[in-house]
Design a binder for this molecule. Structure first.
Ligand code: SIN
Length: 303
């Protein structure tokens, strides 16, 4: 029997809960060369700022056991080019609403970029990234304080009509405090976790591997940490939670939903296998059967 995998994320129905995470799926059309990306729930496009950014100097990737460190530094073409060039390319191959991932270095920048993207029909949700660990004076500096996280959420909410999802950092002492602060400020949802700050040292040069010294750890190594934070955050708030962090199988998706996630983003797995999300979606019905799960709704938050 065909299983209903649909979930409702902030008022928009997704055919299934699987969402490639920002920064691992470009602006989508690159992956349409491999498979029909309309089978996805949706995807979150590359973190977009007001102006074009080259990102951090290389090396900005380091491999680790069961994961990787990145210090990309929000490389992107800037919101005007995203609207004029990237989204028209996406429209040729994707019929669903896409999630816009927005980064910034000031509250005004977050608001401006969100206002511009709010006017784009193809965008369903604004995922506001207050958790990038690889830039100075932006991203994470907003996401580690409940006060500034709430200020970003409140300012963006006042300026837009589309649902606003705040992307939270695991690099905090109490995730529930930040989650509740953005909910109180009006956020429609939260997504977590972004990457964990880490570093590697090259034994030959005796210097950090990454030019930026530190980077964000992602991949299967972070999955248990992510699951715990999704579990705690989803118990603390009433708004939908999008779980992510090291998800690489249909079973991981089910664990995230049991922890309380409404939908699940898949990140680093796309960089290892461009078909990762396709395979996870295809494997979900069998994984549900294996564990006696009839619908995703019946298990949500039941861990
Ligand atoms: C980056 O561009 O540095 C990664 C984005 C992020 O971790 O939020």
């Amino acid at each position: 029997m065909v299983k209903d995998l649909s979930v409702n994320l902030c008022g928009i129905t997704l055919d299934n809960p699987v969402i490639p995470a920002s920064g691992t799926f470009g602006y989508g059309y690159e992956f349409a060369k491999f498979y029909d990306i309309n089978m996805l729930g949706t995807f979150s496009f590359k973190g977009t700022t007001l102006s074009e950014r080259f990102g951090n100097d290389t090396p900005r990737i380091a491999e680790c056991a069961l994961g990787m460190l990145n210090s990309v530094g929000l490389q992107n073409p800037g919101v005007y080019k995203v609207i004029a060039e990237e989204l028209p390319e996406l429209k040729k191959v994707f019929r669903k609403k896409v999630m816009a991932n927005v980064s910034g270095f000031s509250i005004e920048e977050y608001v401006k970029v969100c206002e511009l993207l709010d006017k784009v029909d193809e965008i369903g949700w604004l995922e506001v990234n207050i958790s990038c660990p690889n830039v100075h004076g932006g991203g994470l500096s907003f996401g580690t304080s409940a006060i500034s996280a709430a200020q970003v959420a409140g300012a963006v909410k006042k300026a837009v009509k589309k649902p606003v999802i705040l992307k939270l950092s695991p690099n905090v002492s109490d995730i529930t405090e930040i989650a509740k602060a953005v909910e109180d400020a009006g956020a429609d949802g939260i997504s977590l976790i972004n990457t964990l700050v880490g570093m590697r040292i090259d034994l030959k040069t005796r210097k950090p591997v990454l030019n930026n010294i530190t980077g964000g750890l992602s991949g299967p190594a972070v999955f248990p940490v992510a699951l715990n934070m999704v579990y705690k955050a989803s118990k603390a708030v009433k708004i939908p939670v999008v779980g992510m962090g090291g998800v690489s199988s249909a079973e991981d998706v089910l664990e995230m939903i049991l922890a309380g996630a409404t939908a699940v983003e898949v990140g680093a797995a796309n960089l290892i296998n461009p078909f990762a999300c396709k395979e996870i979606i295809e494997n979900l019905p069998a994984a549900m059967d294996k564990y006696g799960i009839k619908t995703l709704d019946e298990i949500r938050g039941k861990a």
